[in-house]
Write a protein that binds this ligand. Sequence first.
Ligand code: PLP
Length: 400
Amino acid sequence: MKKSPKLSTRITEISAAGPDGWDLFRRARAMIAAGEQVIELTIGEHDIRTAPAILQAMHDAAKQGHTGYSAIPGTPTLRAAVADRITAQTGVVTRPENILITPGGQAALFAAHHAACDEGDTALFIDPYYATYPGTIRSVGAIPLAITATPEHGFQPQSNHIAAHAAGASSLLINSPNNPTGAVYTAETHAEIARICLDHDLWLISDEVYDSQVWDGTHLSPRALPDMAKRTLVVGSLSKSHAMTGSRVGWICGPEEAIEHLINLATNTNYGIAGFVQQAAIFALAQGPAFEAEIAAPFERRRKITQALLAGQNLVQASTMQGAMYAMLDIRATGLSGESFAEALLQQEKIAVMPGESFGRAAAGHVRVAMTVNDDAYRDAFARLLQFAQNLAGTQKRRA
Ligand SMILES: Cc1ncc(COP(=O)(O)O)c(C=O)c1O
């Protein structure tokens, strides 16, 4: 019998780098499926579901007939609603023509790289990184090149490191507020990034899906910096800001010409998103910043719980808890790698956290804690994690 024809290198190499870093998460899920009680502090998803009023809007829209093919770039009303949110947040006058609606921020990341990079081009990104970044870049046939941001610099990327790799690259992908580190880039970091993009004629792909979750400092969109609107593709989403992860509503905001071409990509790939979801997104955006603050509030509360518990010890450190829904913990003082620590914590305490190593090399010796269970359960789990670290360090000392 004949074998299947050869698959394209582009698709077989998406995960060519080996394990995707989600082993521990899958193991935790398998333990839960087998009936074990595991506290999951792994993925970035709220412990609440999408608000009933948004679901009602979705239901009503479907009943009213928004079930056929919908506007591929997004309906004019939805594009305008996203543009208005961006104008209000950044002060940059943004029009519906600057917006393409996509099936979530992930599709926007893919489309943005598709627009910025030709086959074989170099696409820069910052390590630690959101797990899909290198695979997304490889999916468009470009070559991912990681720039390290270290804990010693609060995970702010250093301009000399970026500049050293910028010559000949096509794009730079940044993410502030950052997953996994919780860093919010400073005005200086953004200014330096903008300067490098201008000097080296790079597209800046700015992933701002956590823009509603800033606890320390302010969210800056680099598109607002001088001359940057022409070379910035902003990736946004309702997943985190409106607890709508499953609805798959995201966008790219960029120069009109780029958006026109990106609409062709949408026409030839996903053909837009469901009309009833677009109507629900319009309703969700109409709830305004107060609603977004309500969705973000639990993470701010749990951040305070985290900081209070960390203050009672000096073994485990969290250098950056400026934004997003994660605490990135430096557990190097326990003598374990992030992977070994997370593995032991799962086996012994039945608490699942992500090893820092899942997000690149720069977060080795760290674990990422998603603050995604209710406050009491979170307080209890975090206290147990710290006690576990203390016990480990004690054992190390006795051995030494
Ligand atoms: C940094 C970052 N970018 C993009 C995404 C993708 O979000 P979406 O659900 O909108 O596809 C995520 C999801 O966790 C994320 O953490």
